[in-house]
Design a protein around this ligand. Structure first.
Ligand code: ADP
Ligand code: MG
Length: 392
């Protein structure tokens, strides 16, 4: 890096033998100033920058790298980087790079960090000769935080995957509709023919069988209609919505199954909540699906708490149950289509919830403890957000 003073500095450095004390002081001051400037520049860079010597001891670390890796100032000049970041060994053998013949090997890796925070980082490592006289290599490491970038890519892949599965299933469901129609018509024809025959135990048995077939076809038809309805991706019809009204309406629909399952429901409404902009039917569907899961998680009774809350920006609904809870490893799967742990589950409920929430710019949070229960938080942006003034 070249600074304004560097050429004159170089000239002075070339005549070190002739320097008197005054000039030496000026030189040191100038060097200190230059160092301060560079430090400021490096500490304001978002990327983490580290320099290691050939043994892996940290020689320099800017502020961002300290934060990313979880180091302190005391580590500089003292600590071997891989002692503080043992996982790094899994990705790169730094010592193996200390080969004078391999001076040009630069390495780049995408690394998942778990400490001090869960992050994705792109690491770029390059051997560096700090002075012409040294025979050993130092290493420059640049760490770029790519967590957000990674998350959006993953979300895109995930939603595309889901979309293609749904398209396929919707196609199949649609195709099943036609043969079902034809089966119904033929069953009706058989019924009519049967009416013309003389009644006997045999005709009675056939009649019964036909009724069973008709019922089953009706059931299949119901499943398909329900399925196609659930996956239809309608854009929301935004209107002013008072979430408390929606909660009351949905709770009304569930009353019977709550009683049947011996579930106590506490709806805790302390005060009115601000309006949100939403598609009222879609929000109803969201709350219904979440509440239904809560009920189904407590086959031998329990307590459900529903609590709306609001702050300056959001209106949230908390739906907590004291049911079975969700396995740690299942938590990431519950939004996937067809993921279900229930005998007669469709595995579509939470996928629909997730899709509707996204279309509303709303967020969903799930906290669950196996055997204790689950808390689902639905957070909607308010219609009129109160802008918080920045403190002077
Ligand atoms: P389904 O209810 O048809 O199984 P969902 O998409 O609604 O499909 O839910 C997927 C899975 O997520 C459920 O099978 C269940 O394992 C889990 N789950 C969702 N909500 C809860 C809850 N409140 N308590 C326990 N498990 C839940
Ligand atoms: Mg469900």
């Amino acid at each position: 890096m070249k600074t304004r003073n560097s050429s004159s500095l170089n000239r002075v450095l070339g005549h070190l033998d002739n320097l008197d004390t005054t000039n030496l002081t000026i030189l040191v001051q100038r060097l200190a100033k230059e160092r301060e400037l560079l430090e400021k520049v490096f500490n304001s860079i978002k990327d983490g920058i580290l320099v290691l010597d050939h043994t892996g001891i940290i020689q320099y670390a800017n502020q961002s790298s300290l934060e990313l890796v979880g180091l302190s100032e005391q580590d500089i000049g003292e600590t071997v980087l891989t002692d503080k970041w043992p996982d790094l060994n899994r990705w790169i053998d730094i010592q193996a790079l200390d080969d004078p013949l391999e001076t040009s090997t630069a390495v780049t890796r995408e690394i998942e960090m778990t400490y001090p925070q869960q992050r994705f980082v792109r690491l770029f490592l390059m051997p560096l000769k700090l002075s012409t006289s040294s025979t050993r290599m130092s290493f420059l490491i640049v760490l770029t935080d790519i967590t957000e970038q990674k998350e959006t890519t993953l979300e895109t892949i995930e939603s595309e995957k889901i979309a293609s599965i749904i398209m396929l299933a919707a196609g199949v469901a649609h195709e099943i509709g036609n043969p079902l129609n034809s089966l119904t018509i033929h069953l009706q024809l058989i019924e009519r023919k049967l009416e013309q025959l003389e009644k006997s135990t045999a005709t009675e048995r056939i009649e019964k069988s036909i009724k069973v077939c008709e019922e089953e076809i009706k059931r299949l038809d119901g499943i398909i209609t329900h399925f196609l309805g659930a996956i239809r991706d309608n854009p929301p019809d935004f209107q002013d919505v008072d979430l408390i009204n929606v909660i009351e309406e949905v709770v009304g629909l569930q009353e019977e199954s709550l009683q049947k399952n011996k579930i106590d429901l506490n709806v805790e409404i302390d005060q009115p909540t601000p309006l949100i902009l939403a598609d009222v039917n879609q929000v109803k569907q969201v709350i219904y699906n979440v509440l239904k899961n809560a009920v189904e998680a407590m086959p031998s009774g329990g307590i459900i708490k529903i609590k709306p809350q609001s702050d300056d920006e959001f209106v949230s609904i908390l739906i907590a149950d004291t049911g079975a809870g969700i396995d740690h490893e299942d938590l990431s799967k519950i939004f996937q289509p067809y993921f279900t742990t229930k005998k007669s589950g469709t595995g579509l409920g939470m996928m629909v919830v997730n899709r509707i929430m996204r279309a509303h710019g709303a967020k969903i949070g799930i906290d669950s403890k196996k055997g204790k229960g689950t808390v689902v938080t639905l957070q909607f942006p308010q219609k009129h957000r109160r802008v918080r003034l920045l403190q002077e």
